[in-house]
Design a protein around this ligand. Structure first.
Ligand SMILES: [Zn+2]
Length: 156
């Protein structure tokens, strides 16, 4: 027996039937008990792996999940969903905050009058404009957020 034992790679290729063996190697495997046993082991292993390749779970998961999702069948339900998505809590909080500010201003108006007597009229105007601008931008941000959420609801 001149030929050396085959390498693991060669044995695996042989077992898979991919190898184009030289006559010498083929003769060796046929003659050598160790290499024949190794090829048989690899063939058993590969066939076992091949049998496992089929998915254990052949259930259509997507269909199962979709069956449990609420489907928007009509325009009415889409509108209902949009109503739910509207940030009512944020609006309520904004209204509450504005109310608190107005009440505070009314209650403490005499105090503010005394405070503002020393303050430049231009500075006060600037303050009012700044507050109005910030409020406007906050409202715009809220509106943009609302639009974005509405667009997310339009699947079709
Ligand atoms: Zn051998």
């Amino acid at each position: 027996m001149k030929q050396e034992h085959l390498t693991d790679k060669e044995l695996q290729e042989w077992a898979l039937g991919q190898a184009a063996m030289h006559g010498q190697q083929a003769a060796h495997v046929q003659a050598c008990a160790r290499c024949t046993a190794a090829v048989a082991n690899y063939q058993a292993l590969f066939s076992a792996i091949h049998a496992m390749e089929k998915p254990a779970l052949e259930v259509d998961m997507a269909a199962l999940v979709m069956a449990h999702l609420p489907v928007a069948t009509s325009q009415q339900s889409v509108e209902a969903a949009a109503k739910r998505a509207f940030p009512r809590l944020q609006l309520l909080l904004a209204v509450a905050a504005i109310t608190v500010v107005i009440v505070t201003l009314l209650v403490m108006s005499s105090y503010f009058k005394g405070l503002l007597q020393g303050v430049d009229h231009m500075l006060f105007s600037l303050l009012v404009v700044t507050v109005l601008t910030i409020t406007l931008f906050q409202c715009r941000e809220l509106w943009v957020l609302h639009r974005k959420k509405m667009n997310q609801l339009k699947f079709y």
